[in-house]
Write a protein that binds this ligand. Structure first.
Ligand SMILES: CC(C)(COP(=O)(O)OP(=O)(O)OC[C@H]1O[C@@H](n2cnc3c(N)ncnc32)[C@H](O)[C@@H]1OP(=O)(O)O)[C@@H](O)C(=O)NCCC(=O)NCCS
Length: 173
C-alpha cells in the first residue's frame, strides 16, 4: 500500500490518501465513483467487478479513509504485452488537481508484474484537457515521448453519439 498526502481539506490541512490494488469488494464503490465523474462512460456493476477482480494487477484504487476517491482501470494489450492500456481514470472532484491520477499510474507501473511494460496507451476525447495533462506530465516525468492519433471516430465508430477518442501513446520507458 502506498500512502500519500494530497489534496487540502476545507481547513487547509493535508488529507491522507492511500493507494492500493483493488479487490472484488471494491466493485460497487468503483461503480459509484465513475457515476460521479462525468464525462466517463458508466459501466455495468459486473464489468466493474471484473476490472477489480481479474484486472487488479493493472488497476489502482485511492482512498481517503474508507471512501474511494480515485481509480484507474486497465489491462495489458493482448497483442502487445509491453503495453499497458488505461481504460478509465476517475478522480473524485474533492481530490482533483493534486497529481493523484499520476500517482496511481506510477503505483501500477512500479509493480513487479509490470516490469516488462514500456508503453502506456489510453484514449481521450479532444476536449478533455485535464486528462491529457495527466499523460503529458507522465511523459515529462519519465523523459519520454507522447503522441496522439485518431482511434475511434464520432461518426465512424459511435454513430455520432460520442466524441472522438484519440489514442495517446506514452513511451518507451
Ligand atoms: C482527468 C482526471 C483523472 C485528472 O485527475 P487529477 O488527479 O486531478 O490530475 P492532476 O492533479 O494531474 O491534474 C490534471 C489537470 O487537471 C486540471 N486541474 C487542476 N486542478 C483541478 C481541479 N481542482 N479540478 C479539476 N481539474 C483540475 C489541470 O489542468 C491539471 O493539469 P496541470 O497540473 O498541468 O495544471 C480528473 O480530472 C477526472 O477524474 N476527471 C473526470 C473523469 C475523466 O475525464 N477521466 C479521464 C477520461 S480519459
Amino acid at each position: 500500500m502506498d500512502s500519500i498526502n494530497a489534496a487540502l481539506d476545507t481547513s487547509g490541512s493535508a488529507k491522507k490518501l492511500t493507494i492500493r490494488k483493488p479487490s472484488s469488494l471494491d466493485g460497487m464503490a468503483l461503480n459509484q465513483l465513475v457515476s460521479e465523474c462525468p464525462p466517463l462512460d458508466p459501466n455495468s456493476a459486473y464489468c466493474n467487478l471484473l476490472q477489480c477482480h481479474h484486472f487488479n494487477e493493472t488497476a489502482a484504487a485511492a482512498f481517503e479513509g474508507e471512501k474511494m476517491v480515485g481509480f484507474i482501470s486497465g489491462y495489458i494489450l493482448p497483442a502487445a504485452p509491453n503495453t499497458l492500456f488505461v481504460w478509465q481514470i476517475a478522480v473524485h472532484s474533492s481530490a482533483r488537481g493534486c497529481g493523484l491520477a499520476g500517482r496511481m499510474l506510477e503505483a501500477i507501473l512500479e509493480r513487479e508484474a509490470l516490469a516488462g511494460v514500456s508503453f502506456i496507451q489510453t484514449t481521450i476525447s479532444p476536449g478533455n484537457e485535464a486528462s491529457q495533462a495527466v499523460f503529458r506530465k507522465l511523459a515529462n516525468k519519465r523523459d519520454t515521448h507522447i503522441r496522439s492519433e485518431m482511434l475511434f471516430g464520432k461518426d465512424t465508430h459511435f454513430n455520432g453519439a460520442h466524441d472522438d477518442e484519440l489514442l495517446f501513446t506514452v513511451g518507451p520507458f
